[in-house]
Design a protein around this ligand. Sequence first.
Ligand SMILES: Cc1cc2nc3c(=O)[nH]c(=O)nc-3n(C[C@H](O)[C@H](O)[C@H](O)COP(=O)(O)O)c2cc1C
Length: 381
Amino acid sequence: MAMETGLIFHPYMRPGRTAKQTFEWGVQNSVACDKAGFTSMMISEHASQIWENIPNPELIIAAAALQTKTIKFAPMAHLLPHQHPTKLAMTIGWLSQILEGRYFLGIGAGAYPLASYMHGIRGEDQETERLNDRVRESLSIMEQIWKREPFFFEGKYWSAGFPEEEEALTEEDEQHKLANYSPWGGDMPEIAVTGFSKNSPSMKLAGEKNFKPVSIFSGIDALKQHWKIYSEANIAAGFTPDRQRHAVSQTVFCADTDAEAKSEVMNGPIGYCFNKYLIPIWRRFGMMDGFAKDAGIDPADADLEFLVDNVFVVGSPDTVVEKLNTLFEQCGGWGTLQVESHDYYDDPSPWWNSLELIAKEVAPRVKLPGATAVAAENVAA
Ligand SMILES: Cc1cc2nc3c(=O)[nH]c(=O)nc-3n(C[C@H](O)[C@H](O)[C@H](O)COP(=O)(O)O)c2cc1C
């Protein structure tokens, strides 16, 4: 099967952008991606970061719902420790019904301590394992809400229930009927889990529950490790891991020539964002170490140009195909390339051109190399 293309909208808008501009850019991207043939668009949720200024991904998804035809949407991710599971379960169910199935659900524990703090989670409770405990409890409550069967649960973090439907008083009586906010077509949406750290607890959860795994590209070793953790847990739970379900987000930019693409990334919004925001943050999260190890250099020497030449996937369509095929051979490949969006709000034409080239000239030429064989080999290793 050929690789699918998606967009991940964090959205990396430079400070000073208004809420209206960010929102408009999100909806414009959804329409452009739908037209270009992207299969999915994921939208982030953040409470604290000025460069990632979307607190409610569901609002952009709702605005895009009636302006798009085939593209699927996912919040990536709703941060389960940050809100009451019943409220979230209903938001998700209703939106999935509005989109008539063009919806899947991304869940996460939350990457930023300041955002956890804003939601009353501090100190040791911010450790990944503890946040994941909250994720598990929230998810089990949401699953029960979507089933619409009576229960009441008093948990470690939340209490919730689903009431019994009352008897009708007369034959015409409809006041007793309960609204149905379960996801379109069933009691569960497709669920995707984001993994980030090398020994990712989120990838383990995804494997155990047979959820769709979503990784940020942070070096070959980390990506192989994600697949190993996911597939081991998936097999142990009685499922068959499928690399086609794995989505990997990556910085990708395509132009008509290699030189044009590199210059645009170095001097345009992508380079600006990396210099001001992402390089410092990647150093803090240790992501530079994996990239430097892949290239055999000191992490301190890894700058924007190093990333453009060695880590990002930048170039003409032929070069981008070649780079992706090399990556796929090294790590076994993935099903969906989730292109990281950037702030081309002022002059979108190079960005629209890049999206068109990626969907139409690159994706059909990138294929998973013997997915089942690589999965088995990684699990055995
Ligand atoms: C593709 C992707 C998207 C993510 N989006 C968000 C997000 O919108 N908001 C957020 O706080 N964290 C986001 N995260 C981070 C997750 O919430 C979480 O901290 C991380 O995936 C935990 O990974 P781990 O279990 O591997 O340590 C994202 C991670 C990935 C890989």
